[in-house]
Design a protein around this ligand. Structure first.
Ligand code: ZN
Length: 255
């Protein structure tokens, strides 16, 4: 090693960063070169002067807090406690595992809900159709036979615990025939009877659990058309052998 190489490596030597081969060569040169030894001594003096405690100042508490707050704000998380980083990492791991499980659970619950609702709808349709058929077979279509809504509506008072709306639709081609007490879904319901030409329409009315308005659902069972909907706190279910277009027209008139 010559003096130029020694000057380049002297800081690394002072910081004990040289490997064994270079260290040996370096020290061999130093033992025979006064100039390089002096240079190295200067570096050591400067280094130890810089490390002296007089050059270090403790930051005031408010400065430390301000720096912490500004880094936290930039990262969007609280990092005052190193444990918060660990907690965040484990929380992320949990979420990575939990999210697909939660998503699958939602899908399963939705499927159960839809199936359950579909089964309930099917049960209601079957009950309504059976009731309609029974009313025709037993010649027990009406308990009160009247085309006057002001006769039929008060007749239900005292027989059911609600006031079913009764509408006269004679001028629309659906004359009222009367009313009957019936049972659906384990409760007494109002059965209003209408006609379209020779076709009988049974309209079942009973209170709904909420006060919403739903779209009309059309279904078919045993050759009969059934339209059901909810409006202003009442369930409506119309059933007839009448074609679906005219049955829907009838249902739309009831609004
Ligand atoms: Zn030298």
């Amino acid at each position: 090693m010559n003096c130029r190489e020694i000057r380049v490596l002297s800081h690394a030597y002072a910081d004990r960063e040289l490997d064994l081969v270079r260290l040996t060569e370096f020290e061999q040169h130093l033992s025979g070169c006064r100039s390089c030894s002096r240079e190295l001594e200067n570096i050591r003096v400067l280094s130890s002067a810089l490390k002296a405690s007089t050059f270090y100042f403790r930051a005031p508490a408010n400065l430390r807090n301000r720096i912490r707050q500004s880094t936290c704000a930039r990262n969007g998380v609280a990092r005052l406690n190193p444990r918060s980083d660990e907690l965040q990492a484990s929380w992320k791991q949990w979420m990575r595992w939990l999210m697909p499980v939660a998503a699958s659970l939602v899908v399963v619950l939705l499927a159960v809900f839809v199936t359950f609702n579909q089964a309930a709808d099917n049960r209601l349709t079957e009950e309504v159709v059976s009731s309609h058929i029974r009313s025709r077979m037993a010649e027990h279509l009406t308990d009160v036979a009247s085309s006057d809504q002001h006769t039929v509506k008060p007749w239900f008072a005292g027989k059911v615990d609600f006031a079913p709306p009764v509408t006269d639709l004679k001028e629309h081609g659906f004359p009222l025939q009367g009313g009957r007490l019936d049972y659906l879904q384990n409760r007494a319901v109002a059965a209003e009877v209408y006609k379209r030409n020779n076709h009988v329409i049974n309209l079942f009315v009973w209170p709904a659990s909420g006060n919403r308005s739903t779209t009309k659902k059309l279904s078919l069972a045993k050759g009969y058309n059934v339209i059901s909907w909810e409006n202003s706190g009442m369930n409506y279910c119309a059933v007839s052998e009448l074609n679906p277009v005219e049955l829907r027209e009838f249902a739309d008139l009831l609004k």
